[in-house]
Design a binder for this molecule. Structure first.
Ligand code: TXA
Ligand code: MG
Length: 360
């Protein structure tokens, strides 16, 4: 299958191309498109065959449910069986935007879309192209991130092309996305609201609107006893091809440790990637050093993270040593993705950190 690429400049696209994109979606085909978080791989959420095509194109296990994207609140009744009061408040504050809610599904949404679950993930994206695609087609769009299963989520159309060319009908190229990390997922189907995946909308932001919000215990760093509730969070994911290790500690200790580890790995003939920051990138003597942004700017780090992980794939490194980041605000989502990419492999640099760990 040849994959068409439609190019949108300043969110404007040729009307003939819009027509084509819409007709692909309406006839059960697949169109990748930009959202404010990452690129999504879209198909008709009410069409079981379209859902199956999505799993196939990504190589994704079919028990890992998809997120249903809607244009406006008038479509909500077609997706969910009921909307609790706190859901309404969240929608008012955060939609359109990077928040996904888990709710009881309606009969219109087939089990193929929800991976066999009675609940459904729903989100109203704010990206103008996502909005236009939803509005012009009138289709509710099931869309996972548009990467091949196991690869970092795509933040440009080129990333989608790398992973899915000739496996999907079309890609709308709307440039680099703004946020760069997937939406926050909150589960509203139990007594207490629970974050299943941290994202750009933080726990604090949610609590300001609806009061106490829990964090899925399955997300905890080395918690191997409780499985994450979102099926997609159970797999090693967001993963670069090389083995990634996170190094924790003070900036000075981390740089020294990574320099040491790099020497050792290179002596063994390994190619080393170093995930650094603007502040530290000049302090590394050897290896392929890639900066993810300014340490102080969490949003910039979130925005660059996946592109940097893909860059290490292109560089063909064998191992990656990464600095770690503050676990507050959006940093929580960054650390969640990095730890998963590392398969939770992390070490501490310097004595102080060793002591901290031995007390745990
Ligand atoms: O920002 C985003 O959310 C992007 C853009 C394209 O909207 N989409 C995205 O989709 O990240 P995906 O498929 O890569 O991640 C969806 C996550 C998976 O971890 C999946 O297991 C979880 O949502 N999920 C979907 N439906 C669920 C449900 N009913 N219950 C629990 N988890 C669910
Ligand atoms: Mg994904």
């Amino acid at each position: 299958m040849g994959t068409r690429v439609f190019t949108a400049k300043d969110n404007q696209m040729d009307s003939a191309e819009w027509e084509e994109a819409v007709s692909i979606l309406r006839s059960g085909g697949l169109v990748a498109f930009p959202t404010e978080t990452v690129y999504g791989l879209g198909g008709d959420a009410t069409n079981p065959e379209a859902a199956q095509k999505i799993y196939q194109a990504k190589g994704r296990p079919s028990d890992n449910p998809l997120i249903v994207h809607i244009a406006d609140l008038s479509q909500l009744g077609d997706v969910v069986a009921e909307m609790p009061e706190i859901g309404r408040r969240l929608a008012e504050h955060f939609w359109p935007g990077p928040l996904t809610m888990i709710l009881k599904k309606s009969d219109t949404i087939p089990y193929e879309t929800t991976g066999g679950l009675d609940t459904v993930a729903v989100r109203m994206p704010s990206h103008p192209i996502a909005q236009l695609l939803l509005k012009k087609s009138g289709v509710m769009i099931a869309a996972p991130s548009a990467n091949a299963s196991g690869r970092p989520s795509p933040t440009t159309a080129a990333h989608v092309w790398e992973d899915l060319r000739n496996r999907i009908d079309a890609i709308i190229d709307g440039g680099t996305v703004g946020i760069g990390i997937e939406s926050t997922i909150i589960d509203l189907t139990e007594d207490n609201p629970l974050i299943l995946r941290p994202g750009f909308v933080t726990k604090e932001m949610l609590e300001d609107v609806i009061g106490p919000v829990g964090m899925d215990p399955g997300l905890e760093k080395e918690n191997t006893k409780v499985r994450p509730k979102a099926p997609g969070m159970r797999y090693r994911h967001y993963a670069p091809r090389a083995e990634l290790t996170l190094v924790e500690g003070s900036s000075r200790d981390v740089v020294a440790k990574i320099n040491d580890m790099t020497e050792v790995a290179m002596a063994k003939g390994q190619r080393v990637g170093i995930l650094a920051t603007e502040e530290t990138k000049r302090e590394y003597c050897r290896g392929e050093v890639v900066s993810v942004g300014k340490r102080r700017d969490e949003a910039e780090i979130a925005g660059h993270l996946y592109a940097v992980l893909r860059r290490f794939d292109d560089l063909g490194v064998d191992v990656i040593y990464s600095e770690s980041f503050d676990d507050s605000g959006v940093g929580q989502a960054v650390m969640n993705r990095l730890l998963k990419a590392a398969g939770y492999r992390r070490i501490s640099a310097g004595e102080d950190m060793d002591r901290v760990h031995s007390f745990k």
